[in-house]
Design a protein around this ligand. Sequence first.
Ligand code: PLP
Length: 441
Amino acid sequence: MTSRLFYQTRLERPQLDRADGIYMWDTTGKRYIDGSSGAMVSNIGHSNPNVLDAMRKQMESSTFGYRLHFQTEASESLAERAAELAPDGMNRVFFVSGGSEATESAMKLARQYALTQGEAQRYKVISRMPCYHGSTLGALAVTGYAPMTAPFDPMMRAMPKIPAPRAYLDGLDPDDPATGLHYAQMLENKILDEGPQTVLAFIVEPVGGASTGALVPPAGYMQRIREICDQYGVLLIHDEVMSGGGRTGRFFGADHWNTVPDIICLSKGFGGGYVPLGAVIARDDMVEAVLDAGGFIHGHTYAGNPLACAAGLAVINEIETNDLTGNAARMGDLLAGHLRDLMQKYPIIGDVRGKGLLMAFELMLDRQTKTPLPTGLNAYNRLVDIAYANGLIIYSRRTRGGLTGDHFLVCPPMITTEVQLQEIIGLLDTSLAEFVADLPV
Ligand code: PLP
């Protein structure tokens, strides 16, 4: 029978039977390596017994306590842990159930805070192109990528964009601080063009996710955008939905540059694929101001439910107890080396980038001129399908903005061992060979 479910397309995939560690099996018994942690979610691997135990324990006491009726130990403890991990002065945590909810909540909190400061004229949220901040209407408005937004344009307000700092495409050296300043200057220019008094916030993925394919900011960029935001009273939102939770080799992606935002968005690896969970962590004084002014006009029914929070707490425990963030840094270095070896072997790989186990490679027709593969080739689906048939799951996108080619995220769980990494690279090598052999160009 055809499935009654529907998602984006008619894509049909085999039925999942079970999953354990970095492996998944379908109901025919075929095994897959989860080389992308799903959508960069299953950071601590599947079926972790300690997380399952914590969930079971929580289920035996309560699975839901509405936040207006009860506080729960699980949500209080998870908020405490999240605040400990966040930079100083960011101790207030608002739970949600996913990444889009996190970015929506962050923007609404920013707006309400601005109102408490008598700055009602500030409403614009500047973001980068390409970027991805979610699919709900507010998050989509700042994502601002025409193929995703066009049908809904009359329902949203277009938000200002600046280019993402894709130094590799622009022929600039990402390690040269002048490059960071060059791209950061675009933010200042945009704020000035828009009128600083109208700009509420700048939202940025510290290490890019699927839209840019693990884009790492050039030297000095993160520090300079913080300065610019401060100069113009613009709030800085770090969307750590994908880069947070340890995957980049630090708990927050921005920890690599020691920059502190005003609001952090978390999800994906925060619930680790065990439960839908996300969080917004904000500056104490911002939250106090909003609460003093009558409260945050926002909320979702399932926010902070004890089952999700108990699972989230157990996920953080696993990350810390087993130093999975450190493992992500170590395995990430090895993975980057393996991918660069594949780049030597396959001229079609035009770039390798990322941090820790948030790694990507990009296919190009010509590495020198950065010419993308023809759109009609549908490379981003083709290679994924070949890898899938070979038992390796990777994640792909045709870069947002249509400016460049197809990139592939190789982001296995943070528990991945050196031997498993070699297994992943072996399957990727086989898949690339098949892909190249089959190319019509
Ligand atoms: N922000 C970033 C950086 C993301 O990568 C995503 C999802 O991929 C989102 C927000 C939206 O998260 P969700 O799909 O959970 O709504």
